[in-house]
Design a protein around this ligand. Sequence first.
Ligand code: BMA
Length: 311
Amino acid sequence: MKRDIVRRYAHNPILTKDQIPYAVETVHNAAVVKHAGVYIMLFRSHLRTGRSIIGLARSHDGFRFEADPLPFLVPEREGPFAASEEFGVEDPRVTRLGDDYFITYSAYSRSGVRIALAKTSDFTQVERVSLITQADHRNVVLFPEKFNGLYARLDRPHSEITPWSIWISYSPDLCFWGRSELLIKPEPYHWDEMKIGPGAPPFKTERGWLSIYHGVFRTMDGAIYRLGVALHDLQNPARVIGVSDSWILQPEDVWETTGYVHNVVFTCGAVPEPDGTVKIYWGAADTVMCVGEANVSDLLDLCLNHSRPAK
Ligand code: BMA
């Protein structure tokens, strides 16, 4: 296919630090969901301490966002989460389950990185629910439905023995997780050979759950972060139907190839639209936020007809 799978918005980047009413150094790796007709973006920002917080911005069209006056989620200083969040909170993902939106985010501390779960119904009040992994997990995305009575998530444990891969885990209550199973591995000598991780929470299509993930390739000039797409069975998400052999997005615009960390496009959110397109949001070079649109039918075609082995 010659044309671009992801059509970049003409006015990228869509949110930068200059548009944030409080002092931050970056705006990146944001979750986006539609709530009551409004696009809500939860973005990560570095402070000048080098540690991160999570801010909130709103939009009526999914392209032009305005940040709230205050951050949405900052590291807890007291209470059960404080010890795990002392180095910052990063890379949120949001999934709607019933009337609540559940936020999975990375909590950094001297004990490592683990995933915390918070919930909100209105994006005004936010309540922490539980720490849902031990150290050395990142990139946890929740499915928006249960399977045989269990919640499901894709996750990415760290491992030195095998390249970092995408797993699935299940839970009766969103707090206790198990029955973990490896689903997709990096492919040797391939754009995602170094490591992969879940990106946007999976969204439902008539052919399966589409999951946009990131893959990393190591070069003499450092790592390149790109985006790929995988398709999971609707009834049994542990069955991977296909994984696109080619990436769907790579760093090309100057704010993707240069910045705080060069050559990075990293997604934490995608919004499927009623017209058969999906808005994909990505952090560019860990510095600014961008958006593009893809046809769901093109993403399905890549997974169904141009797949590489899952593992
Ligand atoms: C990953 C995470 C992401 C970041 C990416 C590129 O390991 O830290 O938050 O966007 O590296 O720097």
